[in-house]
Structures are given as C-alpha cells and as structure tokens.
Design a protein around this ligand. Sequence first.
Ligand code: TMP
Length: 294
Amino acid sequence: MNRIIFTQVPELGRSNVRVKDPVHVENALKTMMKDAQHKLQVIADFDWTLSKCTEDGKTCSTTHSVLGESKHMPEYYRTETRRLKDIYMPIEFDPTKTVEEKIPKMIEWYSKNHELLVTCHLTKQLITTMVRESRARLRDGCKEFFDQLHNMEIPLLLFSAGMGDIIKETIQQQATFYPENMKIVANFFKFDDTDKMVGFSGDLIHTFNKNENSVHSGDYFSNIRHRENLLLMGDSLGDLGMAKGADNVQCSLKIGFLNFQVDKNLDLYMQNFDIVIIEDESLDVLNGLVRAIL
Ligand code: TMP
C-alpha cells in the first residue's frame, strides 16, 4: 500500500477500487506525470461510464432509455424498446458469450431500434425536453473532469454506441460541452429543415464495433499522434476497442467501471482493465489520476 500511486492518487486505495498490477500502474503514472499535459489524451465511453448507472437506488437512463422512458414518445416505441432491451441487454453483458457471438445480436438490436425511431416524429426541441425530464445523470465530479481536461487542452474523445444528440444535450444541461477539446463519436440523428428527425448520419455504432468505426479511418488520431499517453475509460469489454486507431500510444491506463454483476464479472474485468472501479457513481478516481498527471 505504500507505493507512490496510492500517495499521488489516494482514490486508488479505496476499497471499491482494484489495481491489477500496481507496478505497471505506477510506471504508467510516472511517465504520464513526466509528460503532463503535452502528451495526454483521453477516450471515454458515455453510458454508465461518464453517466451514472444508479442514483438513490434507482437505475439511471442510458441515452437510449432517455427516449424509451419518455412520456413524449409514442406508446408503441416505449413498449417495443423495453421488450428488445429485455432480450438483448442480457446478451451484451453475458460473460459466457464471446464478442463474435454477440456482434450479430447487437446489430439486430440497434437496427430494430433505429427503424422504429424514425417513425416517432422526434424534433430537436423534444430532445431538449426529454433529456431535462429524464433520469440521465452525469457522474459526480464529471464537470470537474471536463474542466480539468479543457483547461489543459487535453483531447477527449467520447465514443459511444448511444445517441450522440442526447449525449451532447445531457452534457450541455449538466456540465459544459467544450467543442475545442471534446469530440463525440456516436449515433447522430439527421434532421430536416424543420428540425424533424429523419434518420441517422454515418455508420451504425454498436457496443462491439467501436474498434472499426469512422473515427479510426478519419484524421482524429493522426492529428494527435504526439499524444502518446492514454487514459481509456469504459464499462464494457467492448470499450477496450475504442483506442484501436490510436496506434502511436506508448503508455496507457485502462479504467473499467464495473457497475453490476460484480461477482460474475470481476475476474474478467481484472483481466482486461488496469484499474477496476466497483459500483461507484463518481469520477473521483479519474479526477485523482488527471490531477496527478496534470
Ligand atoms: P455505450 O456503452 O457505448 O454508451 O453503449 C450504449 C448502451 O445502450 C449499450 O449498453 C446498449 C444500450 N442500449 C439500450 O439501452 N437500448 C437500446 O435500445 C439500444 C439499441 C442500446
């Protein structure tokens, strides 16, 4: 317990935080602290990573359920998305299935959902209202996290298989969206001239194709090639693919939020993430790391 990681980042010593290999984390942290703001980049998932999984004992909304739970959406949409979620979400988090087995099921789920959404007469104004009335909550400390990264001009890629417009609206309402250093890659709506949603722009992004999406063929990562130190954060094993295009990264720390089914999933998360944060609705550990690095 007397390693410098625990003095530099006391949050790492909390009982709900697991460090897989303290020597690796210490070495990575030393490199990141030496390079400070000059070489850091951050990639984060959104749903239940930057946003809360629960608050006051109740499940918080994902970007999808902002729509699926809203009284402003047609009854048929709410019923059908609930039914689909009951079928497909257990598959997404099933530790006994491989990613290859899960992918066709995710495509099925997302395609059905998107087809349905286009029939629902969504508008930009309605999205603002639905986010305000929803149970989508940024994690405690999220504004501090965004502010720290913005103040030091650290690129933050929000990579989500959720709804991009809802992510942006949630951040605007509950923190600050900084266009200078924040880029969102997600499923964005297409609107017509009257602000009515008429479809989706770009390729479909689901939980397990975050490693092959447009951002990796665009110039995002080539423009920040000098940023060799990476903090990656997610709540699903699929999130590990988010950094695939960041091929110049020399030093990384992968931080996993294990929000539920802890006994079932802890071993798997420990094998895949460097730091695992268990049932914690704050960004304290991330803020501690960023504070130490910057
Ligand atoms: P993310 O972790 O990349 O933000 O992934 C989006 C989450 O949204 C993922 O856990 C699946 C979930 N989802 C729903 O809750 N409802 C839906 O209708 C769909 C298509 C996905």
